[in-house]
Design a binder for this molecule. Structure first.
Ligand code: IPE
Ligand code: MG
Length: 222
């Protein structure tokens, strides 16, 4: 979800206004994705590298997440959205962590769409964690080195409960993955849009899904 800052700058507004507008786009997009039949929607809300931003911006983003969780939970519950988190969200403090846990609990039985928020997420750190846990299992004699393969690695990823990524959309004209779901995106279709995240909406999602449907996925075959 990139481009909040530029969206605000274009309007002469502070960056936090862009993040607020971005949160609105989240609401719209989740609803549109659910309606379109998307099963799992993962949003990259805060990367493990975003801590490099100013204290002010980090605290604005934290406050906004708290606000979003408090205000949206009832709607998510009503709309059948199951909320999950990946990354290391504990870094945002026990107050926010408790809210996330409560939100996850409250929406656990929802079936319409799974909304995964990647918070303090970094794909390399996730893969390193998987490697560490597998090494521990080998050291404990629970598995052999030979048993380490794509499937056993995948099972240790935070996304193990969900299918592989089919479609990855990046907004705001940047053409890179920025440490997002690197393993999971191995065969994902990639779409890069100039649209700034706050301007992303149901139409933009529909266009992207249309493009995705029109592509021929061969997974290395011919
Ligand atoms: C949103 O956009 C990304 C986050 C919430 C961390 P940016 O804040 O990266 O906006 P730009 O790239 O400065 O426009
Ligand atoms: Mg950016």
């Amino acid at each position: 979800m990139d481009g909040n800052g530029r969206w605000a700058a274009k309007r002469g507004l502070p960056r936090v206004a862009g993040h607020r507008a971005g949160a609105e786009a989240v609401r719209t997009t989740v609803r549109a994705a659910a309606e379109a039949g998307v099963e799992v929607l993962t949003l990259y809300a805060f990367s493990s590298e975003n801590w490099r931003r100013s204290d002010e911006e980090v605290s604005d983003l934290t406050a906004l997440m708290r606000f979003y969780l408090d205000r949206e939970i009832a709607t998510l519950e009503r709309d059948g959205v199951r909320l999950e988190f990946i990354g290391e969200p504990a870094a945002f403090g026990s107050d926010l962590a408790a809210r996330m846990q409560r939100a996850t609990e409250r929406t656990r039985h929802n079936r319409k769409i799974i909304l995964v928020i990647a918070l303090n997420y970094g794909s390399r750190a996730e893969i390193a964690g998987a490697a560490r846990r597998l090494a521990e299992k080998v050291a404990d004699g629970e598995m052999t080195v030979d048993a380490i393969d794509e499937l056993t690695i995948e099972r240790e990823l935070q996304t193990s409960r969900w299918p592989d990524l089919d479609l990855l959309i990046r907004t705001s004209g940047e053409v890179r993955l920025s440490n997002f779901l690197l393993w999971q995106a191995a065969y994902a279709e990639l779409i890069f849009l100039d649209t700034l995240w706050p301007d992303f909406d149901a139409t933009a999602l529909g266009d992207a899904l249309g493009q995705y449907t029109a592509r021929q996925r061969r997974f290395g075959g011919r």
